[in-house]
Design a protein around this ligand. Structure first.
Ligand code: SF4
Length: 418
């Protein structure tokens, strides 16, 4: 892991919603964007608040029409996180959004390039202390009028590079756009340069990070549905973050945007870039030794514990005694399963050995009690109290799924205790 790149810092928000700092020494912020119409005020507020509750630091809304910027007047008084107005084509939408009190503006150099128009937006933002994101997108970068000369020069620099021409264009466009802001002595700027190609995203942000000291907003645009979009996004974004690049990020999925927030946070938790909130669940992938319905158990543990527990308790759900003890040792609460039973540990200390049907409820109970103990100051997260001595395998290991299929091992009955 490389140290974080030093950047300027911008602040997004106000007294009412709070202020989120981007860049400098601030934690990497997670953003998402609403999928509904901004002018449908109640639905828009609900959507923003849903993402805020999931942990989004900042939420962006589209403002393609005047009725959208008008709606901002009401929306902004009802939400609990800073809101960014996403502006394309019509610079007036940016002015209207600023007037409504929006917390940040996003401009696309690919479709708002008139210098006077950009100056008007800069002046309005400067007057109110509102930052602007310059958001270049591969899909809308080519204005196809001029700027090609500079791009050609840069293209020579990037000759031989897989995405050399596009990289050159993006950098040329950013340099040219930033000139307008710097001529106005406006530095309250963040930058993004997105593509749907993960390797291109890595390359372009790496180049930009060497050339500009503005905070970088990372993203892979049009990444697709979560199944494939997650791989595409995490491949690019985790590489950059591990290399010390990136000050805020948005993962984009063609599905429920709540997952953008969850996955963005998880990426940062995994890389140790944000302090985890809520349970960290570890589970074995299962194999031919499994003797309980672990997938169902894991799903139920996740469903019940995630919304309930607030502390970052590490919970391990392991299928058998082969790797179970080792993994469980690093967890605060752990279960490893044997033939129709589950052995439960709290910080290395065995607390229960229960039949399969009781595993879920007992594990949940132990997690709740452990959280209460931590809250009372009687236990510390991540502290191993006792070394786990692996028990002898219970029953015969192997061909567990065959047993389940054959009905020889009772499947766990979720939510019921015997
Ligand atoms: S913990 Fe046991 S069941 Fe799970 S993958 Fe490892 S060996 Fe297989």
């Amino acid at each position: 892991m490389s140290p974080r790149r030093k950047t300027r810092q911008v602040t997004v928000g106000d007294d009412r919603v709070g202020r989120v700092r981007i860049g400098g020494d601030a934690p990497i912020a997670v953003q998402t964007m609403t999928a509904g119409y901004t002018h449908e005020i109640d639905a828009c507020v609900r959507e923003i608040e849903r993402y805020a509750a999931a942990g989004a630091d900042i939420v962006r809304v589209a403002v393609p029409e005047r009725k959208d910027t008008e709606a901002l007047h009401e929306i902004l008084g009802q939400v609990s996180v800073p809101v960014v107005a996403d502006v394309h084509f019509h610079f007036q939408r940016a002015l209207e959004a600023v007037e409504a009190g929006v917390h940040k503006i996003r401009l696309n150099p690919g479709n708002i390039s008139d210098r006077d128009q950009v100056n008007k937006v800069i002046d309005a933002c400067k007057e109110r202390g509102i930052p602007i994101r310059i958001g270049v997108n591969e899909g809308s970068i080519i204005e196809r009028k001029d700027k090609l000369k500079r791009a050609e020069e840069l293209g020579k620099f990037f000759a031989g590079h897989k995405s050399g021409h596009m990289l050159a264009l993006m950098i040329a466009k950013l340099e040219e756009y930033l000139d307008i802001f710097e001529a106005r002595d406006f530095h309250d700027v963040t930058i993004s340069a997105k593509s749907m190609d993960a390797s291109m995203v890595i390359d372009v942000y790496t180049e930009i990070s060497k050339r500009f000291d503005y905070p970088l907003h990372l993203g892979v645009t049009h990444a697709g549905p979560r199944d494939t979009g997650a791989i595409r996004s995490i491949a690019a974004l985790s590489t950059l973050v591990a290399n010390g690049i990136g000050d805020t990020l948005r993962i984009s999925y063609a599905s429920d945007h709540i997952d953008e927030v969850k996955d963005g946070l998880e990426l940062l938790y995994c890389l140790g870039k944000r302090e985890r909130k809520g349970v960290e669940l570890i589970a074995c992938p299962t194999c031919g030794r499994i003797q309980v319905d672990l997938f169902t158990l894991v799903k139920e543990v996740e469903k019940k514990l995630m919304p309930e527990l607030k502390l970052p308790i590490k919970v391990a759900v392991m299928g058998c005694v082969v790797n179970g003890p080792g993994e469980a040792e690093g967890a605060d609460v752990a279960v490893f399963a044997g033939d129709r039973r589950g052995i439960i540990y709290v910080q290395g200390q065995r607390v229960a050995n229960v039949p399969e049907a009781e595993i879920l409820d007992r594990l949940l109970q132990e997690c709740r009690e452990f959280e209460a103990k931590v809250n009372r100051g009687e236990a510390k997260l991540g502290e191993k109290v006792v070394e786990i001595v692996p028990p002898a395998p219970i029953g015969e290991l192997g061909s567990g799924m065959d047993k389940i299929r054959a009905g020889l091992v009772e499947q766990i009955t979720i939510g019921k205790t015997s």
